[in-house]
Design a protein around this ligand. Structure first.
Ligand SMILES: NC(=O)c1ccc[n+]([C@@H]2O[C@H](COP(=O)([O-])OP(=O)(O)OC[C@H]3O[C@@H](n4cnc5c(N)ncnc54)[C@H](OP(=O)(O)O)[C@@H]3O)[C@@H](O)[C@H]2O)c1
Length: 240
Protein backbone atom coordinates (compact mmCIF):
# COMPACT_ATOMS: atom_id res chain seq x y z
CA UNK A 1 0.00 0.00 0.00
CA UNK A 2 1.41 3.39 -0.87
CA UNK A 3 -1.44 5.75 0.00
CA UNK A 4 -5.00 5.94 1.18
CA UNK A 5 -7.03 5.57 -2.00
CA UNK A 6 -8.13 2.13 -3.12
CA UNK A 7 -10.39 0.71 -5.84
CA UNK A 8 -11.94 -2.68 -5.23
CA UNK A 9 -13.28 -4.20 -8.44
CA UNK A 10 -16.15 -6.52 -7.49
CA UNK A 11 -17.20 -5.03 -4.15
CA UNK A 12 -20.99 -5.22 -4.33
CA UNK A 13 -20.93 -8.51 -2.40
CA UNK A 14 -18.75 -11.16 -0.79
CA UNK A 15 -15.06 -10.69 0.00
CA UNK A 16 -14.76 -7.45 -1.97
CA UNK A 17 -17.64 -5.87 -0.08
CA UNK A 18 -16.24 -6.91 3.31
CA UNK A 19 -12.77 -5.68 2.34
CA UNK A 20 -14.21 -2.32 1.24
CA UNK A 21 -15.82 -1.94 4.68
CA UNK A 22 -12.50 -2.62 6.43
CA UNK A 23 -10.64 -0.08 4.30
CA UNK A 24 -13.39 2.53 4.72
CA UNK A 25 -13.25 2.03 8.49
CA UNK A 26 -9.46 2.46 8.24
CA UNK A 27 -9.90 5.95 6.82
CA UNK A 28 -9.37 5.12 3.15
CA UNK A 29 -11.22 6.58 0.21
CA UNK A 30 -12.67 3.47 -1.44
CA UNK A 31 -13.87 3.12 -5.02
CA UNK A 32 -16.25 0.18 -5.32
CA UNK A 33 -17.48 -1.49 -8.50
CA UNK A 34 -19.86 -4.23 -9.58
CA UNK A 35 -22.80 -4.63 -11.91
CA UNK A 36 -25.47 -4.30 -9.21
CA UNK A 37 -25.72 -0.56 -8.85
CA UNK A 38 -28.36 -0.68 -6.09
CA UNK A 39 -25.99 -2.65 -3.85
CA UNK A 40 -23.13 -0.22 -4.49
CA UNK A 41 -25.39 2.70 -3.60
CA UNK A 42 -26.53 0.94 -0.43
CA UNK A 43 -22.91 0.42 0.68
CA UNK A 44 -21.96 4.01 -0.12
CA UNK A 45 -25.00 5.36 1.74
CA UNK A 46 -23.67 3.84 4.96
CA UNK A 47 -20.54 6.04 4.86
CA UNK A 48 -20.95 8.58 2.03
CA UNK A 49 -17.65 10.40 2.68
CA UNK A 50 -15.64 7.19 2.17
CA UNK A 51 -17.01 5.76 -1.07
CA UNK A 52 -17.07 6.36 -4.79
CA UNK A 53 -19.06 3.94 -6.92
CA UNK A 54 -19.02 2.77 -10.53
CA UNK A 55 -21.47 0.20 -11.87
CA UNK A 56 -20.29 -1.71 -14.94
CA UNK A 57 -19.67 -5.18 -16.29
CA UNK A 58 -15.94 -5.97 -16.43
CA UNK A 59 -16.47 -8.54 -19.18
CA UNK A 60 -17.53 -5.69 -21.48
CA UNK A 61 -13.90 -5.09 -22.39
CA UNK A 62 -14.78 -2.31 -24.84
CA UNK A 63 -16.01 -0.05 -22.03
CA UNK A 64 -14.75 -1.26 -18.65
CA UNK A 65 -11.40 0.56 -18.69
CA UNK A 66 -13.14 3.87 -19.43
CA UNK A 67 -15.30 3.27 -16.34
CA UNK A 68 -12.20 2.65 -14.24
CA UNK A 69 -10.45 5.73 -15.59
CA UNK A 70 -13.48 7.85 -14.72
CA UNK A 71 -13.62 6.36 -11.23
CA UNK A 72 -9.90 6.87 -10.62
CA UNK A 73 -10.14 10.47 -11.85
CA UNK A 74 -13.14 11.15 -9.59
CA UNK A 75 -11.05 9.92 -6.66
CA UNK A 76 -8.12 12.15 -7.61
CA UNK A 77 -5.98 9.09 -8.41
CA UNK A 78 -5.67 5.71 -6.77
CA UNK A 79 -2.84 3.97 -4.91
CA UNK A 80 -4.14 0.40 -4.70
CA UNK A 81 -6.35 -1.68 -6.97
CA UNK A 82 -7.81 -5.00 -5.84
CA UNK A 83 -9.48 -7.32 -8.36
CA UNK A 84 -12.10 -9.32 -6.50
CA UNK A 85 -14.55 -9.80 -9.39
CA UNK A 86 -14.50 -13.47 -10.23
CA UNK A 87 -16.80 -16.42 -10.47
CA UNK A 88 -16.61 -20.12 -9.79
CA UNK A 89 -18.75 -23.11 -10.58
CA UNK A 90 -18.49 -26.84 -10.43
CA UNK A 91 -19.03 -28.37 -13.84
CA UNK A 92 -19.45 -32.16 -13.69
CA UNK A 93 -21.09 -32.27 -17.15
CA UNK A 94 -18.36 -30.13 -18.74
CA UNK A 95 -20.97 -27.72 -20.01
CA UNK A 96 -19.00 -25.34 -22.22
CA UNK A 97 -21.33 -22.43 -21.42
CA UNK A 98 -20.28 -22.59 -17.76
CA UNK A 99 -16.58 -22.77 -18.62
CA UNK A 100 -16.94 -19.96 -21.15
CA UNK A 101 -18.50 -17.59 -18.60
CA UNK A 102 -15.71 -18.33 -16.15
CA UNK A 103 -12.98 -17.87 -18.75
CA UNK A 104 -14.61 -14.62 -19.80
CA UNK A 105 -14.47 -13.19 -16.29
CA UNK A 106 -11.52 -14.93 -14.61
CA UNK A 107 -9.19 -14.91 -17.61
CA UNK A 108 -10.23 -12.42 -20.30
CA UNK A 109 -11.57 -9.59 -18.11
CA UNK A 110 -8.99 -10.28 -15.40
CA UNK A 111 -6.15 -9.85 -17.88
CA UNK A 112 -7.45 -6.52 -19.09
CA UNK A 113 -7.97 -5.23 -15.55
CA UNK A 114 -4.56 -6.40 -14.31
CA UNK A 115 -2.77 -4.94 -17.33
CA UNK A 116 -4.52 -1.62 -16.98
CA UNK A 117 -3.76 -1.40 -13.26
CA UNK A 118 -0.11 -2.35 -13.78
CA UNK A 119 0.38 0.23 -16.52
CA UNK A 120 -1.48 2.87 -14.50
CA UNK A 121 0.94 2.41 -11.59
CA UNK A 122 3.93 2.19 -13.90
CA UNK A 123 2.86 5.51 -15.43
CA UNK A 124 2.58 7.31 -12.12
CA UNK A 125 5.68 5.72 -10.58
CA UNK A 126 4.27 3.51 -7.83
CA UNK A 127 1.25 1.56 -6.68
CA UNK A 128 -0.12 -1.71 -5.45
CA UNK A 129 -2.04 -4.26 -7.52
CA UNK A 130 -3.74 -7.21 -5.81
CA UNK A 131 -6.12 -9.88 -7.00
CA UNK A 132 -8.07 -12.64 -5.31
CA UNK A 133 -7.04 -16.00 -6.76
CA UNK A 134 -7.68 -19.30 -4.90
CA UNK A 135 -5.95 -22.31 -3.40
CA UNK A 136 -8.03 -24.15 -6.04
CA UNK A 137 -5.56 -22.78 -8.59
CA UNK A 138 -2.71 -24.93 -7.25
CA UNK A 139 -3.84 -28.04 -9.15
CA UNK A 140 -6.51 -29.17 -11.60
CA UNK A 141 -9.87 -30.17 -10.16
CA UNK A 142 -12.26 -32.79 -11.56
CA UNK A 143 -15.26 -30.99 -9.99
CA UNK A 144 -14.32 -27.60 -11.39
CA UNK A 145 -11.73 -27.91 -14.17
CA UNK A 146 -12.44 -24.48 -15.64
CA UNK A 147 -12.34 -22.71 -12.28
CA UNK A 148 -9.11 -24.34 -11.10
CA UNK A 149 -7.44 -23.65 -14.45
CA UNK A 150 -8.60 -20.02 -14.50
CA UNK A 151 -7.23 -19.50 -10.99
CA UNK A 152 -3.91 -21.11 -12.00
CA UNK A 153 -3.82 -18.60 -14.85
CA UNK A 154 -4.35 -15.70 -12.45
CA UNK A 155 -1.67 -16.94 -10.04
CA UNK A 156 0.86 -17.26 -12.86
CA UNK A 157 -0.16 -13.95 -14.40
CA UNK A 158 0.45 -12.14 -11.12
CA UNK A 159 3.84 -13.86 -10.79
CA UNK A 160 4.70 -12.59 -14.26
CA UNK A 161 3.73 -9.03 -13.36
CA UNK A 162 5.75 -9.22 -10.12
CA UNK A 163 8.80 -10.35 -12.05
CA UNK A 164 8.21 -7.61 -14.62
CA UNK A 165 7.99 -4.93 -11.91
CA UNK A 166 11.29 -6.08 -10.48
CA UNK A 167 13.12 -6.37 -13.79
CA UNK A 168 11.95 -2.88 -14.81
CA UNK A 169 12.82 -1.56 -11.31
CA UNK A 170 9.28 -0.29 -10.77
CA UNK A 171 7.90 0.52 -7.35
CA UNK A 172 4.82 -1.57 -8.12
CA UNK A 173 3.81 -4.21 -5.58
CA UNK A 174 1.82 -7.20 -6.82
CA UNK A 175 -0.11 -9.26 -4.26
CA UNK A 176 -1.78 -12.61 -4.81
CA UNK A 177 -4.59 -13.02 -2.27
CA UNK A 178 -5.11 -16.77 -2.10
CA UNK A 179 -8.13 -17.94 -0.09
CA UNK A 180 -9.22 -21.43 0.80
CA UNK A 181 -12.95 -21.30 1.55
CA UNK A 182 -14.67 -18.09 2.56
CA UNK A 183 -18.31 -17.99 3.59
CA UNK A 184 -19.92 -16.37 0.54
CA UNK A 185 -22.53 -17.84 -1.82
CA UNK A 186 -19.71 -18.43 -4.31
CA UNK A 187 -18.10 -21.17 -2.18
CA UNK A 188 -19.97 -24.05 -3.83
CA UNK A 189 -17.51 -26.92 -3.53
CA UNK A 190 -19.11 -30.16 -2.28
CA UNK A 191 -16.16 -30.67 0.09
CA UNK A 192 -15.93 -27.42 2.07
CA UNK A 193 -13.84 -27.20 5.21
CA UNK A 194 -12.17 -24.48 7.30
CA UNK A 195 -14.70 -22.02 5.85
CA UNK A 196 -13.66 -18.55 7.06
CA UNK A 197 -16.24 -15.91 8.01
CA UNK A 198 -16.05 -13.17 5.40
CA UNK A 199 -15.21 -10.49 7.99
CA UNK A 200 -12.23 -12.47 9.27
CA UNK A 201 -11.01 -13.06 5.72
CA UNK A 202 -11.29 -9.34 4.93
CA UNK A 203 -9.29 -8.37 8.00
CA UNK A 204 -6.47 -10.80 7.14
CA UNK A 205 -6.40 -9.51 3.56
CA UNK A 206 -6.27 -5.91 4.82
CA UNK A 207 -3.30 -6.68 7.06
CA UNK A 208 -1.50 -8.61 4.32
CA UNK A 209 -1.95 -5.72 1.90
CA UNK A 210 -0.62 -3.21 4.43
CA UNK A 211 2.48 -5.41 4.78
CA UNK A 212 2.86 -5.43 0.97
CA UNK A 213 3.03 -9.23 0.94
CA UNK A 214 3.56 -11.09 -2.36
CA UNK A 215 1.08 -13.79 -1.37
CA UNK A 216 -1.59 -13.63 1.34
CA UNK A 217 -3.17 -16.97 2.27
CA UNK A 218 -6.66 -16.64 3.72
CA UNK A 219 -6.92 -17.89 6.35
CA UNK A 220 -3.26 -18.36 7.26
CA UNK A 221 -3.48 -22.11 7.73
CA UNK A 222 -4.33 -22.52 4.05
CA UNK A 223 -0.70 -21.79 3.31
CA UNK A 224 0.21 -25.35 4.38
CA UNK A 225 -2.67 -26.86 2.43
CA UNK A 226 -1.67 -24.90 -0.65
CA UNK A 227 1.91 -26.16 -0.35
CA UNK A 228 0.84 -29.79 0.12
CA UNK A 229 -1.70 -29.63 -2.69
CA UNK A 230 0.83 -28.09 -5.09
CA UNK A 231 3.51 -30.73 -4.41
CA UNK A 232 1.26 -33.77 -4.02
CA UNK A 233 2.59 -36.56 -6.30
CA UNK A 234 0.61 -36.88 -9.54
CA UNK A 235 -0.50 -40.45 -8.75
CA UNK A 236 -2.08 -39.29 -5.47
CA UNK A 237 -3.71 -36.23 -7.07
CA UNK A 238 -5.28 -38.42 -9.80
CA UNK A 239 -7.03 -40.50 -7.13
CA UNK A 240 -8.61 -37.55 -5.26
N1 LIG B 1 -15.74 -17.49 -1.49
C1 LIG B 1 -14.75 -18.34 -1.55
O1 LIG B 1 -14.73 -19.40 -0.87
C2 LIG B 1 -13.57 -18.06 -2.44
C3 LIG B 1 -12.45 -18.89 -2.32
C4 LIG B 1 -11.34 -18.65 -3.10
C5 LIG B 1 -11.35 -17.58 -3.99
N2 LIG B 1 -12.44 -16.79 -4.10
C6 LIG B 1 -12.40 -15.67 -5.07
O2 LIG B 1 -12.74 -14.47 -4.44
C7 LIG B 1 -13.28 -13.57 -5.41
C8 LIG B 1 -14.57 -12.96 -4.84
O3 LIG B 1 -15.50 -13.99 -4.62
P1 LIG B 1 -16.70 -13.91 -3.57
O4 LIG B 1 -16.76 -15.21 -2.86
O5 LIG B 1 -16.60 -12.66 -2.80
O6 LIG B 1 -17.95 -13.89 -4.59
P2 LIG B 1 -19.14 -12.89 -4.80
O7 LIG B 1 -19.83 -12.59 -3.52
O8 LIG B 1 -19.96 -13.50 -5.90
O9 LIG B 1 -18.47 -11.54 -5.31
C9 LIG B 1 -18.07 -11.36 -6.62
C10 LIG B 1 -18.02 -9.88 -6.92
O10 LIG B 1 -17.58 -9.74 -8.26
C11 LIG B 1 -18.53 -8.93 -8.97
N3 LIG B 1 -18.63 -9.40 -10.34
C12 LIG B 1 -18.91 -10.67 -10.76
N4 LIG B 1 -19.01 -10.69 -12.09
C13 LIG B 1 -18.80 -9.42 -12.52
C14 LIG B 1 -18.82 -8.79 -13.79
N5 LIG B 1 -19.04 -9.50 -14.91
N6 LIG B 1 -18.58 -7.46 -13.86
C15 LIG B 1 -18.37 -6.75 -12.76
N7 LIG B 1 -18.33 -7.27 -11.52
C16 LIG B 1 -18.57 -8.60 -11.42
C17 LIG B 1 -19.83 -9.11 -8.23
O11 LIG B 1 -20.65 -7.97 -8.42
P3 LIG B 1 -21.95 -7.93 -9.36
O12 LIG B 1 -22.62 -9.26 -9.29
O13 LIG B 1 -22.73 -6.80 -8.76
O14 LIG B 1 -21.44 -7.61 -10.72
C18 LIG B 1 -19.37 -9.20 -6.80
O15 LIG B 1 -19.21 -7.91 -6.26
C19 LIG B 1 -13.50 -14.40 -6.68
O16 LIG B 1 -12.45 -14.14 -7.58
C20 LIG B 1 -13.41 -15.83 -6.19
O17 LIG B 1 -12.94 -16.70 -7.18
C21 LIG B 1 -13.55 -16.99 -3.34
Amino acid sequence: MTGKKIIIIGASSGIGRALAAVFAAGGYMVGITGRREALLREIAAGRPASYHTAAFDVTDTATSIAHLQTLAAAMGGVDTIVISAGSGDTNAALDFGIEQRMIDLNVRAFTQLADWAFNYFKGRGDGHLAAITSVAGMRGSRQAPGYSASKAYQINYLQGLRQKARSEQLDVVVTDICPGFVDTPMAKSPTRFWVAPVGKAALQIYRGLLKRRSVVYVTRRWRGVAWLYRWLPGWVHRRL
